[in-house]
Each structure stands twice: as C-alpha cells, then as structure tokens.
Design a protein around this ligand. Structure first.
Ligand code: ZN
Length: 191
C-alpha cells in the first residue's frame, strides 16, 4: 500500500511553488517532498519530468529550495541577499543543461539532457528564482501575512497588495480565524 503524502500546493510561479513544498515553516512544518519519489512527482506536475531521483539529488533539491526561500525572503524585505544562498542558486543554475523548446502549439516546454537528470530540472527552477529575485518579471516578492507561514510569494496582482501566499490555504484560514474572533466579540451577531 502506498503511504499518503501531503498534497502539493500549486502556484503559477515555478520557484515559489517549489519553496512551497515546505510549508508552515514557522508553525508545524509540512514537508511535501519527503522522499525522492515525491520530488519526481512534483517535477512531473511542473513540466520537468524525470525518471528517477536519488537521495543525494533530493538533498540537492532541498538545499536549493531553502536557498531560494532565504534569498526570496531577503529580497521581499529588501535585505541583503545571503551569500551562501546566492552561491547555491548560482551553482544549481550553472550545473544543469535544460533546453527551452517551443511546441507547435506555441507553448514552452523544457527538454532535459537525460531522463535521470534531476540537476537539469533544478537548473530551470534556479533560473526561475533568479528572474523573480532580480526583478526581471512583472510582480513583487512579498511575505505571507500568516505568522506560521511567512512564505515568500510573487505578487502579480495589479495593486500588488496580495497578503497570502495562497488564498485556498493561508488566506482561508485567516478569514476563518477572523470570523471566529468576531463571533466571540459579538456573540449575538452570529445568531
Ligand atoms: Zn502562507
């Protein structure tokens, strides 16, 4: 029987979807890629299919993830980028050999140098992180308002006033908490 693993949170920005594979960093942290196989699953969902992944490659992936998290957090609060995180992001970006392919339908796909090359997939994620941290894309890095989350996310809303990394999780929880708090304050209004 296959063990149940925590679901992935899917966003539309590759780098921050990747950092979201560890959630609730300031609460009860949830590891969403606990095994090499789950990293393979995550990569497949994100258009970076690989055949296999070793424990060492999973370690590389997690190191990259935490480096992106650290650098994106620093960028969000306009702090200096941590040198060690920058080094890891650059190493992963430089190590992989992924090619951008244009499909006949006009979509972009990634072609990795071999089906076992997790490093190629990580280079695509690292390059994505570089583009948002360097401010090359239309949007702004911000930190989730949930005190147990504080995830760095890429706000592409017109007003740049998004508060939560994810409306379906952090945003909803916050709304519910506010609703309960209001009910306590004004018990009659809920009747
Ligand atoms: Zn959040």
């Amino acid at each position: 029987m296959r063990a149940a693993f925590p679901d992935f949170r899917l966003g539309n920005v590759l780098a921050t979807s990747f950092t979201g594979t560890l959630s609730e960093r300031h609460g009860d942290a949830v590891e969403r890629i606990p095994t090499p196989h789950r990293l393979v699953d995550w990569l497949a969902v994100n258009g970076l299919a690989v055949d296999s992944c070793t424990t060492a490659q999973l370690d590389l992936a997690r190191e990259l993830r935490e480096s992106i998290h650290a650098a994106a957090t620093a960028a969000a609060i306009q702090d200096a980028l941590p040198a060690s995180a920058v080094q890891v992001i650059n190493d992963r970006s430089a190590q992989g050999r992924a090619a951008a392919i244009l499909t006949p339908e006009g979509k972009r796909q990634w072609r990795l140098s071999s089906a076992s090359c997790v490093e190629d997939a990580l280079s695509v994620i690292a390059a994505d992180a570089i583009s948002i941290i360097a401010g090359e894309r239309d949007g702004k890095l911000a930190l989730c308002a949930s005190p147990t989350c504080r995830a760095a996310f890429f706000d592409t809303s017109q007003s740049r006033t998004r508060k939560w990394c994810d409306m379906n999780t952090c945003g909803n929880r916050q709304k519910k908490a506010r609703f309960i708090a209001n009910q306590r304050k004004n018990p009659r209004s809920a009747e």
